[in-house]
Design a binder for this molecule. Structure first.
Ligand code: GLN
Length: 257
């Protein structure tokens, strides 16, 4: 069944809540490698720092859909993990497409990015159909794309770490998430990384991505708070250390080419 996190992830912020925001983490057991759980923790923490009350739902295959969804996240996984979640994803396809149409912000990393695309064909030739929410198609290769990445995006420079065999092509008219400044990105050839349609972002970047990129995290937090409460009134958040780490990583990677 669907679980609600307690402890540090869920609960009102100190000093009164501006409203509840429901965050759904898709398949945290099967699809959450390379620290992707950190994205959920970061969003919950930032919601609280901004004065909102996060309610975090872990959605597992076969569980009933959570009562409400203002923000969705999904992580990376091995091909075998993708196979395990595929049927449940198909069962909720219409609901997910409706949430996309309603403007719900979503961040889908690596394996879940591929499953939000048209299809992913594994290196052994197994074809996993995707939701087609993002017009991308991925195919596994013997050679993996691994290493640190810097992107130029509409939300500023984004840093992260990629590790995927899937080489991904954007369909005609599909906007990438960013342009590669360092690393491989979707396929190592066309300079694109990830895909973005409105408030839905797919990306290969782990890290976890969001603690290293506060502006991206707050894009998602802001959109979710507006959906949940009609407004986003940011709190006073001290990102000095995160921004310094971000700046140094960009400088270091661009200096090494
Ligand atoms: N199985 C996919 C690939 O290797 C996803 C990998 C991941 O999520 N890190 O392309």
């Amino acid at each position: 069944m669907s679980e609600q996190h307690t402890a540090d992830l869920t609960g009102p912020p100190p000093g009164g809540s501006k409203g509840r925001v429901h965050l759904v983490h898709l398949y945290p057991r099967e699809m959450s490698i390379y620290g992707d759980l950190g994205n959920t923790r970061c969003l919950a923490a930032r919601l609280r720092w901004h004065g909102y009350e996060p309610v975090v739902h872990d959605h597992h295959p076969g569980a009933p859909w959570p009562e409400r969804a203002d923000l969705l996240v999904g992580g990376g996984g091995q091909d075998s993990g993708q196979i395990r979640v595929q049927d449940d994803l198909a069962a909720h396809a219409d609901r997910l497409r409706q949430l996309v149409a309603d403007g719900v912000p979503m961040l889908m990393i690596c394996g879940m990015y591929q499953l939000f695309g048209q299809a992913f064909t594994t290196v052994e030739g197994t074809r996993l159909p995707g939701l087609g929410i993002l017009d991308v198609t991925a195919r596994g290769n013997a050679k993996r794309m691994i290493g640190p990445v810097v992107l130029e995006t509409e939300l500023g420079d984004v840093v992260g770490y990629e590790n995927h065999s899937g080489s991904t092509e954007l369909g005609p008219g599909q906007q990438p998430f960013g342009r590669v400044r360092h690393g491989s990105g979707n396929n190592g050839n066309d300079g694109t990384e990830g895909a973005r349609t409105g408030n839905v972002i797919g990306s290969y970047l782990h890290g976890p991505l969001l603690p290293a990129n506060p502006a991206l995290a707050d894009f998602l937090v802001g959109a979710a708070a507006r959906r949940a409460t009609g407004d986003f009134v940011p709190g006073d958040v001290d990102d000095t250390l995160a921004q310094e780490a971000h700046r140094r990583q960009v400088r270091r990677l661009l200096a090494t080419g």
